[in-house]
Structures are given as C-alpha cells and as structure tokens.
Design a protein around this ligand. Structure first.
Ligand code: AVI
Length: 319
C-alpha cells in the first residue's frame, strides 16, 4: 500500500464517531475527506493514481523527474527535507536521488506502520541519509526532531493535497508550515491546475468506477467501525467540477428515501439528498502564488506541464 496522502487517518476513535454523527446530522450532510484513508481506502486511492483519467500523480512524477536537477539547485547544502503527510516515498525518492545536498529526511505521517516501513526501506537505499520519521498529524502543531536543529529546512508537500483544504485552511496550513520550518525555509509543493471541465470531471468519475468505490468505502468504513447499517447500494457516487468555485465536489447521493442507524442514532435521507464528502480545489499558477504570498511565502520557481504545477517557495513570514 503506497497511497501518498495527507489525509491518512487514525483508527476509529471518538473523533471519528463525533465527526460522522455531526456530519450526518448537519444540513447539508457532509463527511470529512480525511476518513477516506483506512486500509481499503488507501488501496483504492493507490488504484486511482494509476487510472488513465487521473492525471495528477503521473504529471507530478514526470515533473519531478524532468526538473529534479533544477529543484536540487534550490536546496541548500546539508538541508533537512520535511515531507508533510509522507505516505509512500515514491516522489521524494526522485528528489533525494537528484540532491546530494539533502542530509536528512523527516517524513511526517499519522500512519505509524507505513511510516516505519517506508523510512526503513529508504534508509536501506540511502545509508548516508539521516532518516527521522515523525508520527504526527501534520495539520496540527508538532515538534521537529532535535536531530535536525541548525540545519536548513525545506518542506515537501506533493500530491496536490493542498487542494483538499478550503482555501482559508490552505492559507492557515501554509502559514503554520512556514512558522514551523523557520526563517529562510523553502517549500516544494504540488498543485493541480484549473483546466477543461471535461478532463476534471473524468479524473474524479472514472469509467472503471474506482473513484466511486473509493467514495462509497467511506460508508463501508462507517459500517465496519461504527456498527452502522448503511446500505451501500442505496447511494451513488457523484463528482463534478464547479467552474465558479474552481473545485471538484464529491458527493454520495441517496437513491431513495431511507432511514439508517449510526452508533445508536437514526438518520433519515430524502431521495436525491447528498452527503458532501470532498472538495478538491484547482488553482491557476497566479491564484496559487497569491494564496502562498498572503500566507508568508514568496515564489522562487514553478515547473509545469500545463496540467499540474510544482511550486518552489521561500518563507518570508510576511503576508
Ligand atoms: C488526495 N487528493 C489530492 C486527491 C484529490 O485529487 O483531490 C483525493 C482524490 N479524491 C478523489 N480522487 C482523488
């Protein structure tokens, strides 16, 4: 399992129960996308990244490959590379292989098992690299390891996971990352671009129905972990690009009126009522730079193929 995502979530706990009950009793109904990534969800996400319609992963990997030497030149000597929501090391391996200046790698992820496995494998392949995994939810404050004290710092946030944040939360995260990385820090971040609606619609509603299964797995997870009785055949996947809001919206639509039990509560659905499960914001090169600037980062370089962008930013703390 190698899903690269910021949103791999912890096992079921009270927070999951609370968020599900709050989300399904809200109007309109919603569920937080971070709960997509249980084991089955992470596997489905991995399958999404290989779909012909889902271009972001392929485009970003190709950009990292093509511009690895340019990115390497932006990384100062003896730098520590801190990856937010590391998951798989597939992308960071490209940077590390091209950049002898990287002395330490700090993958930050909430999934202990995957973090340890991937860190060990990377350490085996790069014996001189200091690999210091940190188990944490990177969207919250966490302490950087003392082992990298005094080293230049560069953040790495690939995958366009920033697009799954509301723009104001994205700005908050960028500011929080800058404050944590500190003066002079760099950030290499993958951002999906606004493009033709048909391409975006297809990327989130693929012909093989993998994204539909990924979306529906959220309900299966609620059944598995919270003892609910949601009938998956009573819901269908809906995903579309909203041109005005510059975002993909994903929903689960109730096919009929139905009543379900979730953790002792009764929840009613009207026919056609939706649960809003995810937004995936898309940016232009300029709109992302404006967001980054307002959050204290100044642009250094951008690498793009017109579909996806990898931005290199420098922390100024002003914005
Ligand atoms: C993890 N994240 C960047 C993906 C995206 O494209 O927004 C999640 C995803 N949802 C459906 N397909 C992929």
């Amino acid at each position: 399992m190698t899903a690269q995502t910021a949103f791999r979530s912890a096992p079921a706990d009270n927070a999951f129960l609370r968020d599900v009950v709050a989300g399904l009793t809200a109007r309109p109904k919603r569920l937080p996308p971070k709960y997509f990534y249980d084991e089955a969800g992470a596997r489905l996400f991995e399958a999404i990244t290989a779909l012909p319609e889902y271009y972001p992963t392929r485009c970003e990997l190709a950009l990292l490959d093509a511009y690895a030497a340019d990115l390497a030149r932006l990384i100062p000597p003896d730098a520590a590379l801190i990856e937010f929501g590391s998951g798989s090391t597939r992308k960071v391996r490209i940077l590390i292989a091209a950049t002898p200046a990287i002395a330490a790698y700090v993958p930050v992820d909430i999934s202990t098992e995957m973090l340890a496995q991937e860190a060990q494998a990377l350490q085996r392949d790069h014996p001189r690299l200091m690999v210091v995994p940190v188990e944490a939810d990177f969207t919250r404050a966490f302490a950087l390891p003392t082992a990298i004290a005094g080293m230049a710092r560069v953040g790495f946030f690939p995958g366009s996971t920033i697009g799954n944040f509301e723009p104001s939360d994205a700005a908050d995260f960028l500011r929080h990352a800058g404050n944590m990385l500190g003066a002079g820090a760099g950030l290499i971040i993958g951002v999906d671009l606004i493009k033709d609606k048909a391409l975006l619609d297809a990327a989130y509603d693929d012909a093989a129905g993998v994204t539909a299964r990924f979306n529906l797995n959220l309900l299966a997870r609620i059944n598995r972990e919270l003892g609910a009785d949601l009938d998956l055949s009573g819901f269908e996947h809906r995903a579309f690009y909203d041109v005005e809001r510059c975002r993909i919206e994903m929903h689960l639509v109730s096919r009929r009126p139905q009543r379900v039990r979730v953790a002792g509560r009764t929840i009613d659905f009207r026919a056609g009522e939706t649960i809003h499960t995810e937004n995936s914001y898309k940016y232009t090169l300029e709109s992302f730079v404006a967001l980054a600037r307002a959050a204290g980062w100044s642009p250094v370089a951008v690498f793009t193929d017109g579909m996806f962008a990898v931005h290199a930013l420098r922390w100024t703390g002003e914005g």
